[in-house]
Design a protein around this ligand. Structure first.
Ligand code: UDP
Length: 356
């Protein structure tokens, strides 16, 4: 039986990992899950394990609240000692966080094959910690699962076809999750009753380029306050953003709620008029649930959403935000186009992993 170690640490990774874990169980692949502890609050971590029925954690490293270097270093050390003990056939990492890089680096130094799910994405902005993590992780991965054509092309442009690695376009595992859990969410979530708004805009803000720049954050809050005068804005607020807003004495006029679980998030996405976000995952989820998205960033890794008119990038510019809102609030689109594989991504990846 093949033995895979999965390294997760941050909210979006729990969601992505859930889709693979289910497929591993179907194929009889043994999976050992390490949680680095990067996200640790009940509503940023435990709720996802419960709702998504992710198998029990084998290891919890509880590493959080440190600088990027210290966090990555301690994770590297913690993961390495587990790999030495468990001797897996492969280490699977997701996305672009410090946990992704630490998992990949620990494995590659021990000559254990690295499996990167969500490989090949690029923003071409080296100031983003995520961009550094992605590029380095891809470079030391052996099995690279790309969600989109753009991701495959990025790797080819970087010369990956000359390397002894396997590049597979399998689609986006987040679409698998959205499709699989949508029905459960309908039954289990009562968030729409709780917020009691007939119409609302759903927004999320947590990207470092926005939260750590007082100018960007103030602009975004001002822009959302203005939109809130037209349609109520609801923001499940990331703990980091909440802390920074309170340090800056900024009290938004729109509705802040605590971070929600995945079922509630699905219902908010399904029921809103429009999405405004700087999240990577939420941009795609807007599309999965047939909503237009305004992205509070200068670049996106999900270029196909912009190219097809589902998403407008506005950075933190208040005027661009207002213009995009005016355009997308009136627009109707056909969201049936298949950009992300229609929910088969985890199945395809697990099959490849069972064979490699
Ligand atoms: N999410 C959630 N509850 C929230 C906010 C986000 O369940 O209150 C989910 C969201 O639906 C998506 C994932 O978390 O699946 C995205 O995570 P995040 O925005 O933190 O990270 P990114 O995708 O930008 O890496």
């Amino acid at each position: 039986m093949k033995k895979i170690i999965t390294v997760v640490g941050a909210r979006p990774q729990f969601i992505k990992a859930a889709t693979l874990s289910r497929q591993f169980q179907l194929l009889g692949i043994e999976e050992i899950i390490i949680h680095t502890g990067q996200h640790f609050d009940v509503n940023m971590s435990d709720v996802f394990f419960e709702e998504m029925e992710i198998p029990k954690l084998a290891y919890r490293l509880d590493i959080h609240g440190l600088t990027h270097g210290a966090m990555t270093g301690r994770m590297l050390e913690g993961i390495e000692s587990i790999l030495l003990k468990e001797k897996p056939d492969g280490v699977m990492v997701f996305g672009d966080t410090n946990s992704t890089l630490a998992g990949a680096l620990a494995a590659s130094k021990l000559h254990i094959p690295v499996i990167h799910v969500e490989a090949g994405l690029r923003s071409f902005n080296m100031e983003m910690p995520e961009e550094i993590n992605r590029i380095l992780t891809d470079r030391i991965s052996n099995l690279l699962f790309c969600p989109t054509n753009a991701a495959v092309n990025n790797l080819l442009r970087e010369g990956f076809e000359t390397m002894p690695v396997k590049i597979i376009k399998n689609g986006d595992v987040m679409q698998d999750a959205a499709m699989y859990y949508a029905e459960k969410a309908e039954k289990k979530s009562d968030i729409i009753k709780q917020i009691a708004l007939p119409k609302f805009v759903l927004a999320t803000i947590h990207r470092q380029e926005n939260t750590d720049s007082p100018k960007n954050l103030k602009n975004i809050i001002a822009g959302l306050n203005e939109i809130n005068l037209q349609i109520p804005v609801v923001v499940p607020i990331h703990p980091r953003t909440r802390n920074i807003l309170s340090q800056m004495n900024i009290v938004p006029e729109f509705k802040l709620i605590d971070p929600v679980g995945y079922f509630d998030m699905i219902m908010l996405l399904k029921s809103c008029e429009l999405v405004i976000t700087d999240s990577g995952g939420v941009q795609k989820e807007a599309f999965f649930f047939g909503k237009h998205c305004i992205t509070l960033r200068e670049q996106t890794e999900w270029v196909e959403l912009v190219e097809n008119g589902f998403n407008i990038l506005v950075g933190s510019d208040v005027e661009k935000l207002q213009n995009a809102f005016r355009i997308l609030n009136l627009k109707t689109s056909d969201f049936a186009i298949d950009l992300y594989g229609k929910g088969q991504a985890a199945e395809g990846a697990a099959r490849e992993i069972s064979l490699f």
